[in-house]
Write a protein that binds this ligand. Sequence first.
Ligand code: CTP
Ligand code: MG
Length: 384
Amino acid sequence: MPVGVIIVAAGRGERLGGRVPKQLLAIDGRTIVERSVAAFDAAPDIEHIVVVLPEALVADAVSIVGRPARPCTSVAGGARRQDSVRCGLAAMPAGVDVVLIHDAARPFVSGALIARVIAAARESGAVVPAVRARDTVKRVPMGTSTVAETVPRDEIWLAQTPQGFTRRVLDEAVALGETVDATDEAALAERSGHPVRVVEGDEANVKITTAADLADARARVAPAPRVGTGYDLHRLVEGRPLVFAGIVVPFERGPIGHSDGDVVCHALVDAIFGAAGAGDIGQHFPNTDERWQGAPGLDLLARAVAILADGGWQVANADVTVVLERPKLGPHIPAIRAALAPVLGLTVDAVSVKAKTNEGVDAVGRGEAVAAHAVVVLRRAVRA
Ligand code: CTP
Ligand code: MG
């Protein structure tokens, strides 16, 4: 029993209310319809995909749908959803005898759900995936604001797609749909006398209907935050300014190096590149390149933040520990945090700077060097 799918994407998305139909909007770089098509393209049993688009967009089908690995036909839809299904069915090759119908507006359909619907459609001829109602259900007659009855919730299931039918059942349902209005093919199959079986739907298989649904969908695919650590150490010598995030702390010695020896900024730069898996400070700003010799640490930090911003990443918070025997850093910490915050794109409360001595131990403890450890969390803004 070869299986095909009709993905209906010819609606106007009026409830979402954008300039373009909702199925053409992107979630993290891929359109909603492209995501739906990809889900079926990856399902092992699907042999043919028909995508139903608004008439004006059929000529651009490849740019909208991509190039699925499986045979894929794009056709123009009709005024009602059921008209679009009829247009899609007419384009389904004759050899396909189990047909799934899926709303393009449900881009999170899983392979497991597709397999469940196909198995049940083969067995029973007509199947709808559905989830149980969670809220108490009230029936309120149109044009009134008074509850007519409370419907027993245990009997209420909320229908999803893909719905699955043998071709014979679907042909009859679609024919009935020419004269009867329905919001899904299962309703038409019921009305043409076919028992429609329910299989467990999937709470994640939401239909993107409103702007809030779209925002939720984008938040859902946002990548997990990334964490990175950084470390830096410089020897302290006489005649150099002791600088942390560009703030000069009065002292008789300061860090020596090709740069300004700003350990706070250098540790943060490494933490940022580390979180992104993007190498380290030496790779991006090699000290053999005269552009970076003597470069202020805050400048390198701003550049690191900008490099990451190109990929959509931004710093969520930063925590630095400076290890320094003398002088006491405490009085300067507010100024250091205030200098870092705008460069990191953060408010001061998301930038922590702490100081420690090394208890007289080792080179840092003898006052011969200053070190800093940094931890940074990056998050990626959700892209359209
Ligand atoms: N659909 C279609 N042809 C139509 C109407 C709807 O192919 N004439 C498709 C939509 O593109 C969507 C699916 O059917 O993928 C479910 O419909 P719905 O969520 O109602 O989408 P729209 O009709 O586009 O949205 P709205 O009702 O808010 O205008
Ligand atoms: Mg609609």
